[in-house]
Every structure is written in structure tokens, then in C-alpha cells.
Design a protein around this ligand. Structure first.
Ligand SMILES: Nc1ncnc2c1ncn2[C@@H]1O[C@H](COP(=O)(O)OP(=O)(O)O)[C@@H](O)[C@H]1O
Ligand SMILES: [Mg+2]
Length: 326
């Protein structure tokens, strides 16, 4: 089967006002088949949201592509104007469920008008038949057992956090996009609301509204129940890629191990073990990094790790960016 998403050596940088380059994403490569759910996990600041912009072909200064390619159903998203991407790619081919629903919603517009604006921005048909959009929206919200009339006629501030996030999800998937990217869709929510939002995402998958998804989180254990495959990101690079079972239950990269250790408290079965924290901080992305990016914090680092660049290599059946992983 051909790939629905192909990412080849994607490298992205920010150019700050002071002329400083931030190398936020380095050499990320992966492919996805239709129906696949890929989880991406890593600490805050490791480049997840930057990668999301790259995967949508959305380069708004100060973000720039350095090199590499992103192809959706064989069509490259690089070197396209923002207008072209907004009209022809976003919402239809690739759609993002953003991190903070509140920021994503214009506070001065009702939910139904926000939806109409979004649809108008993302389709050739600018006149965008509003009645048609409302009907589609109504159908979709009904499908998820939402209080459709009240929610569509409310301003964001009149809704609960969960209703807002579910509205954002409903709107961003209205056109049945080929690939959906959920960027920490639950991170600002309380545990109960998180469950409602996750359930809605699974309902959408079950009802075939979309079938291919990238789910991004800083909570690796969450992905065990969500993803088929997992990529672990550290300081702009993928450091381990494998099936969810491999990565969560049998991590091989020292960073993945540390990430699981730091998260043990989230796992009821591991109650007796003490969660460990990962000492230190990731390296600055403002300069080119020599050697292994995790060496400074790695409990099993050897002296040579600090000068030796690490490449992804096969360890068993998964990819690991560490020469000493077994
Ligand atoms: N607009 C920006 N200008 C400069 N640097 C940025 C900008 N946005 C993010 N960064 C930097 O890029 C890196 C990756 O950030 P981000 O992709 O937001 O990480 P994550 O989503 O994993 O928390 C961080 O070092 C961050 O400080
Ligand atoms: Mg982010």
C-alpha cells in the first residue's frame, strides 16, 4: 500500500529577530499508511509543535524549512505559498487539532460562525454556502451526542473547556481530512474532560471520519492506549521509533527509558516503584550540537558519547539513535 504521508529528512529552523537560528527540528523521517495512528512523545520544547507546522507545510516567519520534504498522498507541501496551503491542503488533506482550544477559537464569534469562517478559508468556494456548512456541522455534532443547538449558538466563553475542545475537534475534522494531527489535545484539560476528548477522537476514528492520525503528547504512557507506532523526540530529533508495545514496554534508548521512569506514577501497576526525574535540561537548539544530544543527561553515557554523533539504527525491529543500545 502506498504511503499517505511521507516525511523525508525534514529539518526546520526559526530565525529570530536578532538573526539567531534555532534548529528546532533535525532530520526527521517517517512514513504513514492509511489507518495508522502514530504517537509522538517528548519533553516540552523538543520540537513537537514545530514539526506539526512542517507536516502541514505551514511556514509562517520566523519558522523556515531548512531542508527535506513532506508528501501527502505523493504531493509535496514544500515551497508552497501559505495561501495555497490554506486553500488546498489544510482541513481537507491535513488538519490539526490544536493544543489550546481557547486560543483556537475567536472569542467574538459564535461557534457556528467560527466553523463557517474556517470552512470558507479552506475551500475554493469562497462564497461557502453557510446553510450547507451549518447542516454539516449540526449533523456532525449530533453524531457525537453534543447539545448541538446550544453549542453552535454559543460564544466560546459560554462553553465548558470540554465543550470548547470538542467543538474545535468537530470543526477541524468537518471535511474528513486524510491525516489528522492532534497536538497535545488534552494537555490543558482535567482528567475527566481528557477522557471525554479522547473518546470523541476514537469515535471519529471508529466512524471513519478520518483514519490516519498523529497524536502528540508529552505523556508517553498515554500513547500505549492510543497509538500503533510511537516516535520519541529529543532536542529536535527522533531518538526511538517502533511499535507502541516495543517503545512503551521495552524501551531501548536511554531517553525513552528515562521518560518511562519519570512517568511511572501515571501507571497504576507500578505504584510501588518510585518515579525518577530526568536530571538536567535538554541542550540549547540555538547552536549546532556535536555528539549525542542526550549524553549530558544520560545515565549510561560513555566519555566518547559527547563527541560522537548518533544515527538511528535498527535494534531488533525498531530504530534507536544510540550506538550502545541493545
Ligand atoms: N517563534 C519561535 N521563535 C523562536 N524559537 C521558537 C519559536 N517557537 C518555538 N521555538 C523554539 O523551538 C523549540 C521547539 O519548540 P516547540 O516546537 O514549541 O516544542 P514542543 O511543542 O515540543 O514543546 C524550542 O526550543 C522553542 O523555544
Ligand atoms: Mg508543543
Amino acid at each position: 500500500m502506498s504511503h499517505i504521508l511521507e516525511v523525508k529528512d525534514l529539518t526546520l529552523h526559526y530565525l529570530t529577530r536578532f538573526g539567531q537560528k534555532i534548529h528546532a527540528v533535525t532530520d526527521v523521517s517517517f512514513t504513514m499508511k492509511q489507518g495508522e495512528i502514530l504517537g509522538i512523545a517528548g519533553e516540552s520544547g523538543c520540537g513537537k509543535s514545530t514539526l506539526v507546522n512542517g507536516l502541514m507545510g505551514l511556514f509562517i516567519p520566523p519558522l523556515y524549512p531548512t531542508s527535506g520534504d513532506v508528501l501527502v498522498s505523493g504531493e509535496s507541501l514544500m515551497n508552497r505559498t501559505t495561501k495555497d496551503i490554506r486553500t488546498n491542503i489544510l482541513s481537507q488533506k491535513v488538519s490539526m487539532i490544536p493544543q489550546g482550544a481557547f486560543n483556537a477559537l475567536n472569542p467574538t464569534r459564535k461557534i457556528k460562525d467560527i466553523a463557517a469562517d474556517v470552512m470558507a478559508a479552506h475551500s475554493e468556494n469562497k462564497s461557502g454556502n453557510k446553510r450547507e456548512i451549518y447542516e454539516r456541522l449540526r449533523e456532525r455534532f449530533d453524531l457525537f451526542g453534543m447539545e448541538t443547538d446550544r453549542i453552535l449558538n454559543s460564544y466560546p466563553i459560554q462553553l465548558t473547556a470540554g465543550e470548547r475542545q470538542r467543538s474545535v475537534i468537530g470543526i477541524s475534522t468537518l471535511l474528513n481530512p486524510k491525516v489528522v494531527i492532534a497536538d497535545e489535545p488534552t494537555s490543558a484539560l482535567d482528567v475527566t474532560t481528557q477522557k471525554v476528548v479522547i473518546k470523541m477522537i476514537f469515535d471519529l476514528l471508529e466512524k471513519n471520519i478520518f483514519s490516519t492520525m498523529i497524536f502528540i503528547t508529552h505523556e508517553l504512557p498515554l500513547l500505549r492506549h492510543v497509538a500503533h507506532n510511537i516516535a520519541i523526540m529529543y532536542a529536535g530529533e527522533f531518538v526511538e521509533c517502533g511499535t507502541a508495545v516495543q517503545v512503551v514496554h521495552d524501551p531501548r534508548h536511554p531517553y525513552t527509558k528515562a521518560l518511562m521512569g519519570a512517568m511511572l506514577s501515571a501507571d497504576a501497576n507500578q505504584k510501588n516503584k518510585k518515579p525518577t526525574t530526568i536530571e538536567g535540561a535538554p541542550p540549547s537548539l540555538a547552536k549546532k550540537i556535536e555528539g549525542c544530544r542526550f549524553a549530558e543527561r544520560c545515565p549510561s553515557a560513555r566519555p566518547e558519547c559527547r563527541n560522537k554523533n548518533q544515527n538511528l539504527r535498527m535494534v531488533g525491529e525498531r530504530l534507536v539513535r544510540c550506538d550502545y543500545a541493545e
